[in-house]
Design a protein around this ligand. Structure first.
Ligand code: MN
Length: 264
């Protein structure tokens, strides 16, 4: 079979159809357009007080951002440079206000930890954003859990391997709906707490963050171009700990509704 003959066969035109540029071949795609072969859900959060949705692009998380938590993780409590990791945006488990969401205990771990955190949501992007302009990027806030397979995180860290399996797994980001800055202002201080089965486990003040939300945005924007839709988990206070199936967690931040999650 010569080259010209090969080019005229169905195999080649089939490939062209897949690429959305079929010519002379029946196709559901309009000339010059592409069709999506299946749909992937776009992660979104409801915006309180509106019928609008906030589309989520990326989830950044800062590590060890409260001194007492840095100490319990075995780190120098001095102001180490901030470091960040990501969770996939589809790790969000949305928890509606006034409901208790069932959260499946994930596979592979025997030491599943809560970390309660303030989450900032960006409505604007930027690169190399100065600290004194950083909060102007924030569209709103919510309360979130940075659920962590601590045994896997530690094991990978000990081997100098990436943290993903400990931090970035399915449903590892339970969170509530977004509250607009226009409605709730910025959160630079105020109580942050987590109860398990009614017993307080974590209790601190947002003003104890090593790096403020504004500083986090500024630092992140030096490493990544921030975009509208990005979320930032701002770190957890000390006294992280394990949960097991049947436990009910209640996260709270002064000025926001509670986040209620049952491990199942
Ligand atoms: Mn965290």
């Amino acid at each position: 079979m010569d080259r010209r003959k090969v080019l005229s066969t169905g195999a080649v035109t089939g490939l062209a159809a897949l690429a959305g540029c079929a010519s002379g071949t029946p196709s559901s795609a309009a000339p010059g357009s592409s069709r999506t072969v299946f749909n992937v859900a776009a992660p979104m959060l409801p915006i309180v007080g509106t019928s609008d949705m906030f589309p989520v692009r990326r989830i950044y998380c800062i590590g060890r951002n409260y001194a007492a938590h840095a100490r319990e993780m075995g780190s120098d409590p001095n102001r180490e440079l901030p470091f960040f990791f990501q969770k996939p945006s589809d790790a969000i488990q949305f928890v509606a206000i006034g409901t208790t969401a069932d959260h499946p205990y994930p596979p592979l771990t025997k030491n599943y930890h809560y970390e309660i955190e303030l989450v900032a949501a960006l409505g604007k992007g930027g690169k190399n954003v100065p600290v004194d302009q950083a909060l102007s990027l924030v569209y709103g806030y919510t309360i979130g859990l940075d659920m962590t397979r601590r045994d896997l995180q530690r094991a990978m860290g000990d081997e100098k391997k990436p943290w993903e399996i400990g931090k970035s797994f399915d449903r590892s980001a339970p969170m509530g709906p977004l509250h607009r800055v226009a409605d709730v202002g910025h959160f630079t201080q105020g109580a942050i707490a987590l109860k398990v089965n009614g017993v307080t486990k974590q209790s601190a003040d947002l003003n104890m963050m090593t790096w403020s939300v504004a500083e986090q945005i500024s630092k992140l924007s030096q490493a990544f171009e921030l975009m509208p839709g990005d979320l930032i988990y701002s770190g957890t206070p000390e006294n992280v700990g394990p949960v097991v199936p049947g436990d009910v967690m209640q996260g709270s931040i002064t000025g926001l509704p509670t986040l209620d999650v049952r491990v199942v």
